[in-house]
Write a protein of this length. Structure first.
Length: 667
């Protein structure tokens, strides 16, 4: 990812609220007759909506008692073309009420036949939740195809560290998208993000009042007016962003502007680095009360340790101590659904309250492990589809989840507490975003987020009747994430058809019936494999046509058709974890039928050896057909330009799992 440094060699002066002029844009409340009459997005007749104008303007304000703050002004105008877009007339603005405020909110709907309706203050419903966030909700009236909804507001933020990331492209076409900024001279920002071909990309110096007068010779003489960096990026006529299956971090492929404060220097004062390198970043984090001090200072976790110590003391190895601490946290705390890299309370308070965010739970685990003499460190990750990790520069707000890094017998062990069905060493799937940063004060470093391959072996004994209906005895052995998913299904299933494996088969054979509830072995031993068996009655496995019987022997799938549904792949293919699947089938058909057509035995291998598939069939002496189908995936990330070579392999695997066996009635 390319990184451009923006040096803002500017000065410090008076106080003002800033908002750039909408050059080549549109004034609030004014729409043209042509826009009212527009009923199709240019170049995209299927679009449900069309963003006519979207603008985020970044400005700054200074208050003597608070210092600087960010003022972000939003202005958005959207044409609703089809009824499927009417949900866009329901708007929710969310913000952190401890750090942010929303003001100057106005909204209007422009009707296609003429006239506009301005919403009143009573139409804006404000609400607060218990976690420090607030919302403003409003709904536009008289919504109809062809209407234009428009709204604007300002969001003030007391932290100037990371202004809002602006994305130009959306899920529907965009006519005009603009990001502008007027940045005081005392702040040095780094610009991180993907570069694009802008319609307008402009940078100049503009004098603007800001801040107090420092009364220094160099900076006085013209009131508080100082030269700001005046920046503007515009893109126009953007098509709808085209998503593709198995794309992780899709946001990385959307053109955007992202700023992070790097340094501050006021007149006559030395420069203050904010984040200069990863070593400085880890030092700052470890010195924070809600990070390093919480798990390193026993005052903050002593109560938790006193309760857990007997269990850890009874464990006779580091591995068992880790598992004891992991299970203790699981049994005494629950996840509140929020992700964070910072704890919301001390480990003692989390233990007393019985719940916390992802950082709270894993901070508790960190405290227990370190107190037990097992070196462990915070592991920060960006969740899947929240953006690929940026390693070249310490962007701290890229991380949204904290885990625990430790080692057993010299091998990394990644810990992530929140689910009884997931053992130590298996992070939640959302955290498998390839790379993570270990916030080790002595050795901060990036590591691969590697997990063991998920494995499952499924054996099916299928007996097909004269009517094509099959009785199936199915047995599966699942490990790693397959076992975790199956255990979760077992806990949540309300009917036999929702149980492991049955739910997958039901998606392809909707008339399936479970004739004998599944039996699970080792379901309480989350560290081991899960054995599961059940009996099914499945219509449509066999299809009788004249003298022929067509049988679909594989009731489950390894790969789905979404992997080969395009000729050109725009984005990388990204599987969450490596896996191995093995399907064994013993097939019995009615007497009098002879196998006439079956796929040839084959073994296919990706060029780099990361994916291997094999298929073999055999007619046994007792007439039973045995089938063996194996697929191994050792690699989780494939660049888009690898797709043409892989596509043929995907198609071959999908063909093997979908091709029926053909039997002919003997004369």
């Amino acid at each position: 990812m390319k990184v451009d440094h923006l040096l803002l060699l500017l000065f410090w002066a008076g106080s003002a609220s800033l908002c750039a002029q909408y050059v080549d844009g549109s004034r609030f409340g004014e729409v043209t007759p042509a826009d009212r009459q527009l009923m199709v997005a240019p170049g995209d007749t299927s679009a449900e909506a069309y963003v006519l104008y979207d603008h985020l303007d970044l400005g700054y304000r200074y208050a003597d008692n608070q210092g600087p703050s960010i003022i972000e002004t939003y202005h958005r105008r959207v044409k609703l073309l089809k009824p499927s877009s009417f949900d866009r007339a329901n708007v929710t603005i969310s913000y952190d009420r401890d750090d942010q405020d929303v003001d100057d909110l106005q909204a209007v709907i422009h009707l296609p036949g003429g006239g506009s309706i301005l919403l009143k203050p009573i139409d804006f419903v404000r609400d607060k939740d218990s976690d420090g966030y607030a919302t403003i909700k409003f709904t536009f009236p008289q919504v109809t195809a062809g209407a234009i909804v428009e709204y604007s507001y300002t969001l003030s933020r007391r932290s100037i560290l990371t202004p809002t990331v602006y994305r130009f492209q959306e899920s529907v076409p965009v006519r005009w998208a603009e990001y502008s900024a007027l940045i005081p001279p005392y702040y040095k920002y780094v610009i991180l993000g993907n570069q694009s071909n802008y319609y307008i990309q402009d940078a100049k110096l503009t004098k603007q009042e800001f801040g107090p007068n420092f009364n220094t010779t160099s900076y006085s003489g013209n009131g508080n007016r100082v030269e700001h960096s005046d920046l503007r990026w515009v893109m126009r006529d953007l098509p709808a962003f085209e998503s593709q299956p198995y794309t992780n971090n899709a946001d990385d492929y959307i053109p955007r502007v992202r700023l992070q404060l790097q340094a501050v220097q006021y007149p006559g004062r030395p420069a203050q680095d904010i984040f200069s390198d990863w070593k400085e970043t880890v030092d700052r984090l470890q010195d924070r009360q809600d990070f390093g001090r919480y798990y390193r200072n026993k005052t903050n976790y002593g109560k938790l340790w006193k309760a857990a110590e007997p269990l850890l003391a009874a464990a006779d190895s580091d591995r068992r101590k880790i598992e004891a601490a992991y299970r203790f946290i699981l049994e005494h705390l629950s996840w509140n659904g929020d992700f964070s890299i910072l704890a919301s309370q001390t480990p003692n308070d989390s233990f007393s309250g019985g719940k916390g965010n992802s950082a709270d739970l894993n901070m508790c685990l960190l405290a227990l492990l370190n107190e037990a003499g097992i070196p462990a460190h915070p592991l920060l990750v960006s969740l899947r589809d929240h953006g690929a990790p940026i390693e070249i520069y310490p962007v701290i707000n890229q991380f949204d989840h904290l885990m625990v890094y430790t080692e057993v017998d010299g091998q990394p062990l990644l810990l992530d507490v929140n689910d009884h069905d997931r053992p130590a060493g298996l992070p939640r799937v959302a955290a498998l975003n390839h790379r993570g940063w270990v916030a080790d004060k002595d050795d901060p470093r990036w590591i691969d987020i590697d997990v063991p391959p998920a494995k499952r072996t499924i054996m099916q004994e299928i007996t097909v009747g004269e009517d094509g209906v099959a009785d199936v005895a199915l047995t599966g052995r699942m490990e790693s994430y397959f076992a975790f998913s199956a255990r979760s299904s077992l806990r949540e299933a309300k009917t036999p058809a929702e149980a492991p494996l049955a739910d997958e088969i039901l998606a392809h054979f909707p008339e399936m019936e479970v004739t004998q509830d599944g039996n699970a072995g080792q379901e309480e031993d989350v560290n081991g494999s899960l054995d599961y068996s059940l009996r099914l009655r499945v219509p449509s496995v066999g299809q009788v046509l004249d003298d022929y019987l067509y049988v679909q022997p594989f009731l489950l799938t390894m790969l789905d058709g979404e992997l080969d549904d395009v000729e050109t792949r725009l984005y990388p293919i990204d599987f969450a974890y490596p896996w191995q699947q093995r399907f064994i089938v013993y097939l019995t058909v009615p007497e009098g039928y002879v196998l006439e057509d079956v796929p040839a035995n084959v073994r296919v291998r990706a060029e780099d050896g990361s994916m291997v598939a094999s298929f073999a069939s055999q007619v046994m002496p007792n007439g039973v057909i045995s089938l063996l189908f194996n697929v191994t995936l050792d690699r989780t990330f494939y660049p888009a330009d690898h797709y043409p070579g892989l596509r043929d392999m995907y198609r071959r695997i999908i063909e093997l799992q979908e091709t029926p066996l053909v039997f002919k009635r003997a004369k």
